[in-house]
Design a protein around this ligand. Structure first.
Ligand code: AMP
Length: 466
């Protein structure tokens, strides 16, 4: 699908071409045609999916047709956002996509003077992007009116709930005309958010992309910093640890996958590779051996892994960080199927830091680091405890230390200290400097070389002898 055939005004297409957008993202491909027909939308989408354009382009298209003028003191489209940073970014995006349309865009948020906002509102604007609290103030002061709104967008509704904007939203919504288009976006759907969506949306098209939140909740994620040269040893150590039933190991390339299998074989661990260069019988044999536990380690490339449908994958180990952040989510989604819990461990070398940052932007959390300062007698894993768990063929060898290890409580989550997603998280376009303020603090810029020395922060027993 391309933007050219989606039905958008030619001036918007021109702006998109200037932005360098050629293909709609999945949420855009699904949302835009329906929104152009005037349908309400319920978008369940994380940041970084292109959701701003998913609602913004149909909105711009709608407002650019017919030549209606904005009402004095009010606006034709209202976008509610949880933070000033997100509000500014949405406004910047709309100005960029609508640069040939001559529509006016104003932003209203707290923490700054009222004067300029009042002036802009008094003239009337086509699109008003606002945080609910400050908009409520303007409404209370009689410096804003919403009775001419044709389209409403609630962006990051779950964040607005978290930030205590619900009462303001509840007071604002009845002031809008009923005949209107409503587009509602939220990364997660807690009950209160779902209730509001149910109340204000009419026969919405529900669009859901990369259900990161639901997947990540059941998966215990971990990150190990390790030099490329240390990955072989760390991987073998992880696979020898008890509790590994079926492990799916991701490699970035076909050649890389073959090399991992070869190294594992040399380290006494039975594994097969599955990738595009394998014949059909080879793939079937690899899958059969994976299912039966004869070779309970399967090393796959991203594309090959899509066709694998095996339950009971206890561990997903990312030998290489994925090329795209979305692939990380798909990879970890291969474990923790059907309500089971799973463990996903990513190995990250210094040259993969940028990829890690992209992933953490997308999932809006910091993947818990395996703490290198921990007592090395502490275990790395809890037992998966699955009745069908089988040990790797090499599992009996070379692991005297693990057998004496204490184990954490079953079900103990290691991401308890992950930072709460803040504001827009990873939503920000990289090339726009304004985005920086809304990003979670980029701690990893400060990663020190020490994090990567001697096999990174993997416990010592994993490093010894490799
Ligand atoms: P969003 O989730 O709306 O914040 O978008 C995330 C990033 O993707 C922003 O940097 C957008 O500028 C960019 N983006 C959105 N849609 C597209 C597209 N169709 N092609 C390329 N980049 C896009």
């Amino acid at each position: 699908m391309s933007f050219d055939t989606i039905g958008l005004d030619g001036r918007i297409l021109q702006a998109l071409a200037e932005e360098g957008y050629t293909t709609p993202t999945p949420i855009q491909a699904q949302s835009i045609p329906a929104a152009l027909e005037g349908r309400d939308l319920l978008g369940i989408a994380q940041t970084g999916t292109g959701k701003t354009a998913a609602f913004g382009l149909p909105l711009l298209h709608r407002l650019s047709q017919g030549g209606a003028r904005p009402p004095r003191g009010g606006c034709r489209a209202l976008i509610l956002s949880p933070t000033r940073e997100l509000a500014s970014q949405i406004a910047d995006s709309l100005k960029a996509y609508g640069r040939h349309l001559g529509l006016s865009v104003a932003v209203v948020f707290g923490g700054v003077g009222y004067g300029p906002q009042r002036t802009a509102l008094a003239r009337g604007v086509d699109i008003l992007v606002a945080t609910p609290g400050r908009l409520q103030d303007h409404l209370d002061q009689g410096t804003a009116r919403l009775d001419r709104v044709e389209a409403l967008v609630l962006d990051e509704a779950d964040q607005m709930l978290d930030k205590g904007f619900w009462p303001a939203i509840r007071r604002i919504l009845p002031l809008l005309p009923k005949p209107r288009q409503t587009m509602f976006f939220s990364a997660t759907m807690p009950a209160e958010v779902a209730k509001l969506a149910g109340e204000i949306l009419k026969d919405p098209l529900r669009v859901e992309v990369t259900p990161v939140a639901t997947t990540a909740e059941k998966v215990e994620q971990k990150l190990i910093f390790v030099e490329n040269s240390g990955k072989r040893g760390v991987l073998a150590g992880l696979l020898r640890a008890e509790g590994v039933g079926r492990a799916l190991v991701f490699a970035r390339t076909k050649h890389g996958a073959d090399k991992v299998v070869k190294n594992l074989a040399a380290d006494g661990i039975q594994a097969n590779a599955i990738h595009g260069n394998k014949s059909q019988p080879q793939r079937e044999r690899a899958l059969a051996e994976f299912r039966t536990g004869r070779a309970p380690v399967l090393v796959a490339t991203d594309i090959a892994a899509r066709g694998i449908d095996v339950d009971g994958v206890t561990h997903v180990i990312q030998h290489d960080m994925p090329d795209t952040a979305e692939a990380y989510v798909h990879r970890i989604g291969r474990t923790a199927r059907a309500g089971a819990t799973g463990i996903a461990i990513a190995l990250c070398s210094p040259d993969e830091r940028e990829k890690l940052w992209q992933v953490e932007k997308l999932i809006r959390q910091e993947i818990p680091r395996e703490d290198r300062r921990q007592d090395v007698s502490q275990p790395m894993h809890r037992t998966a405890g699955r009745p069908d768990a089988v040990k790797p063929a090499g599992g009996g060898r070379g692991r005297p230390q693990q057998q004496q290890q204490r184990r954490p409580q079953q079900g103990q989550r290691r991401d308890a200290h992950a930072p709460k997603p803040q504001g827009r998280g990873g939503d920000a376009p990289q090339r726009r400097p304004a985005a920086a303020a809304a990003q979670p603090e980029r701690k990893d810029r400060a990663w020190r070389d020490a994090d990567f020395r001697d096999g990174g922060n993997a416990p010592a027993f994993l490093r010894r002898g490799h």
